[in-house]
Ligand binder design. Structure first.
Ligand SMILES: [Cu+2]
Length: 122
């Protein structure tokens, strides 16, 4: 009986410790960096982005004129940007290098050249 109680106490302490460790892990998770990008015919501002490897970010996308796309094919990330709305897209770059982001919603003559550079550094 005594042994049983001691085991229960030990189990309770272990659960408590796990809860504390879990909380620390949650708190250690940094908030994603917000990166605002404005699209208009036929460019993004900024057109060059630099991210850190494995850094979680959220792109906040707006368009000044018509419906636009925002696509980063190398990271399987895309969104449609609607006038008057802020579109949020999370992304965490998992490889280093220079990549292209581009508009994948036809927005007029000039659409083909609407792109920017995403640099991911270690
Ligand atoms: Cu376009």
């Amino acid at each position: 009986m005594q042994l049983h109680r001691r085991l229960l106490l030990r189990a309770g302490a272990a659960v408590g410790l796990l809860a504390v460790v879990g909380q620390i892990a949650v708190q250690a998770q940094p908030k994603p960096r917000i990166i605002r990008i404005t699209a208009r015919k036929f460019a993004y501002e900024p057109a060059e982005l630099t991210l850190k490897l494995n850094e979680a970010v959220v792109f906040q996308l707006t368009t000044l004129d018509v419906v636009m796309g925002f696509s980063v094919p190398d990271f399987a990330t895309r969104a449609t940007i609607i006038p008057g709305q802020v579109t949020e897209v999370p992304m965490t770059p998992t490889k280093v290098g220079e990549f292209t982001f581009l508009c994948d919603v036809f927005c007029g003559s000039g659409h083909e050249n609407m792109e920017g550079t995403l640099r991911v550094v270690a």
